[in-house]
Design a protein around this ligand. Sequence first.
Ligand SMILES: NC(=O)C1=CN([C@@H]2O[C@H](COP(=O)(O)OP(=O)(O)OC[C@H]3O[C@@H](n4cnc5c(N)ncnc54)[C@H](O)[C@@H]3O)[C@@H](O)[C@H]2O)[C@H](O)CC1
Ligand SMILES: [K+]
Length: 495
Amino acid sequence: MLRAYRSSDVAAAERPLLEAGVPLMERASFAVATVAARELKRRGHTVTGSRILILAGGGNNGGDALYAGAVLARRGAAVDILRAGDTVHEEGLRAALDAGARVLPEDHVATAARAAGLWIDGLAGLGLRPPLREPLAGLVTLLEQERDAAPDEPIVIAVDCPTGIGIDDGGLPGPALRATVTVAMAVPKPGLLAPPASRLCGRVEVADIGLAIAEPPAVATLTGADVADVLREPDESDHKYTRGVVLLGTGSPEYPGAAVLTAGGALGGGAGMVRLDSPEVAHLVLRSYPEIVLGMGRAQAAVLGSGVPVSDIERLRAPLDRALDEQYPVVLDAGALALLKDGYADLPSTAVLTPHAGELAELLAARGEGLTRQEIEAAPIRAVRLAATVTGATIVLKGSTDLIAGPDGPVYAQPARSHWRATAGAGDVYAGLLGALLAGVGEEISRAGHGYGQPALLAAAASWIHAEAAHSNGPIRAGQIADRIPAAIAGALHG
Ligand SMILES: NC(=O)C1=CN([C@@H]2O[C@H](COP(=O)(O)OP(=O)(O)OC[C@H]3O[C@@H](n4cnc5c(N)ncnc54)[C@H](O)[C@@H]3O)[C@@H](O)[C@H]2O)[C@H](O)CC1
Ligand SMILES: [K+]
């Protein structure tokens, strides 16, 4: 699991180590130099003979970059230093100069940026409160222009974070310097995992500088190994009812395919049984999946609303109320979200809402929180947290990175593995899959009670599986994503 911590938590954890004289900066700069050397090698270059630009801001982030420049200069690189800011880390500067680096005259920035094959961004890290002010804002804009104009894009190594991103909220409130690789010191920070800031980070590598944080993380990303831990494999004591029955209230004459796709997601996700309570489209679903049974009945989880137009949502009220009364998990997708605009003031965390940004804005507005769609997209971690707090439910904001928040616990950020998955019906498959995961551990969820964070964890696992199933180098249909779920789960379990 990648665990991201806010800058204040990292600074608090660093303090006692720094007071004890632990050489954190040496370790950090060594990690940066190592990554830089490796990236050069990857592109067929050696450190010796390469031209490297050190972007050194006024804080310790600049210190890391300067010491890294010293290491690389000693290994034979031609190192140019851009001093950005009135002050600079003096010992770092001395080390770099002693190793043979040179400080650039101010008007040489563009020329030096063009000449360098690798930039090290030490303009600002944890100490930055974005948006960038001048002169850094202008400098970053200029560097972005130089990069775009360069025939060979330079490698950009961001020290701790790309300068300018909202390190704690994942926002992009102004100019920021896109990175090829971000070397996160000790732990990632929320903006390295969550969009829109995460899109500028390139590959994120975590440098072990000997600092551990015990607190629960602010943002987390599950890996395949975490998903294997979360899934419950059937054993000899299982039968279809213990595996979990998923009730679907999905699809309609207007959107019949949504019933087929949610059924495919639930069956692919390993449900013991899938019931469909949408008589008008049942014949169609049966043609693809003769495994399903028809009508209401006992269930361990329900999936409601996918492909149900707002004109038809009253039919979802009975299955929703039943799930809430019997305290089993319920996924509320598309049309079902409109039911929540009146009443349902206090939902349990086992109600999992899967809105897109526009639907989330409407949901929040109905609860007196005026966030526009644009504001949600600009700082989505904050929006999902707020929505989980005001509804009590678990929120899944789907996108190229899915963001998942429960009323407590971390926000999970689960990235897509390929953007081909942005296709109609992929969300329906997700809803069905999530229903299967929630049904498979339904009893444990009730016993654990609300607020335990488990529905959010399962929703994050569903996101990982969905991303894996949709991983493709070319177009993929939603139905194919459903078909590939079993292999994705098998890969997580037995990789
Ligand atoms: N603490 C340590 O010894 C270690 C820290 N590491 C690295 O240090 C940075 C954090 O360093 P800090 O000195 O706290 O601040 P920064 O260098 O990130 O940046 C502050 C820098 O930026 C200026 N600034 C702040 N806001 C703005 C703004 N909106 N516009 C323009 N300029 C701004 C501010 O004035 C300062 O000059 C951490 O990220 C690590 O890289 C080591 O990794 C470990 C040891
Ligand atoms: K930086």
